[in-house]
Design a protein around this ligand. Structure first.
Ligand SMILES: [Zn+2]
Length: 300
């Protein structure tokens, strides 16, 4: 086991405190210091929470180390913004340290082949390919005022899902992103000139936190709008949850009937034919809870 001060020096972790060393796993954190709030520019030292993140780091003398970084989030008491402290070990959305990425690129520049780099850096072949591919020349894209991002099942390039960036006003595709990996989407979008990105005022997307965080970082001026389709889906899910729960109390025949007729509950009331409306009233008269859920769904 390495001594603590050696560890810091050998692994180029200057500025970090070592909390624990267990075999090749080293837990580190940064000392607390005042940070400037990225939103209102006031200073804060208030800690919001911590998250432990596993980071792949440089092998030293043919030994690989796993770094567990206790990432701290500060909270701004003026505007309530929560944000991560800056650290030199790792860039946003990455799980491989900056030093390790640099080594991969160094060996690639010395014309080592991918397999050799993977062996030296103790990374998988595909990770090395991804790191090398991430080096692209900054580009300029004319972004419209409103953009929309969504994933779709495409099955290309070895990835099940791809993402598509569109202009919802002109109904045009801006770009298809090769997968839905946070690191890749962020790398891809952040590679566009900040002047172009600042022009986007609205981003329409599903309700995933993953996309939200990437998009607000890439398009700092944009307001995030939840896609109507995804919001409605949630309202329907919530009502369906109540239907399933209520059905459990019913006899087998009635349960089957409710299951088979669920589209009557899901469809908007004004779109139902007269006989279906009667059927709906009968169904809702059986369960007060379902009736409540249905009214909420329709109101929504
Ligand atoms: Zn603030």
């Amino acid at each position: 086991m390495l001594k603590e001060n050696y560890t810091i020096e050998l692994l180029n972790l200057k500025g970090f405190n070592v909390i624990r060393t267990a075999g090749n796993v080293i837990t580190i954190c940064l000392p607390v210091k005042p940070h400037i709030c990225p939103q209102c520019k006031n200073e804060t030292k208030k800690i919001h929470d911590y998250r432990l993140q596993k980071v792949k780091h440089l092998p030293v003398a043919h030994t690989s180390y796993t770094i567990l970084i206790k990432k701290r989030r500060y909270r701004c008491p003026h505007c309530n913004k929560r944000f991560y402290e800056k650290n030199s070990l790792l860039s946003k959305y990455k799980s491989i340290s900056t030093d390790l990425r640099k080594s991969v690129l160094y060996y690639a520049s010395k014309l080592f082949n991918t397999k050799q780099i993977a062996d030296i850096c103790n990374l998988s072949y595909s990770t090395v390919v991804r790191i090398i591919d991430s080096i692209v020349i900054p580009k300029s894209t004319v972004f419209p005022d409103v953009i929309s991002i969504d994933e779709f099942k495409g099955n290309t390039g070895g990835y099940k899902f791809q993402c598509v960036l569109t202009d919802p006003i002109k109904k045009k595709i801006i770009e298809v992103l090769p997968n839905k990996n946070s690191e890749d989407i962020y790398g891809h979008l952040a590679n566009n000139d900040i002047k172009d990105r600042l022009k986007v005022n609205y981003v329409i997307m599903d309700m995933s936190n993953q996309f939200r965080s990437i998009m607000t970082n890439c398009f700092p001026n944009a307001k995030v709008i939840a896609d109507k389709f995804h919001v409605l889906k949630l309202a329907n899910w919530a009502m369906e949850h109540i239907r399933k729960q209520e059905q459990k109390r019913f006899t087998d025949t009635r349960r089957r009937y409710f299951k088979k007729s669920r589209f009557i509950l899901l469809k908007r009331r004004h779109m139902l034919k007269k006989n279906k409306k009667t059927q709906l009233s009968q169904m809702l008269s059986i369960s007060t809870l379902l009736k409540k859920a249905y009214i909420l769904k329709e109101l929504f």
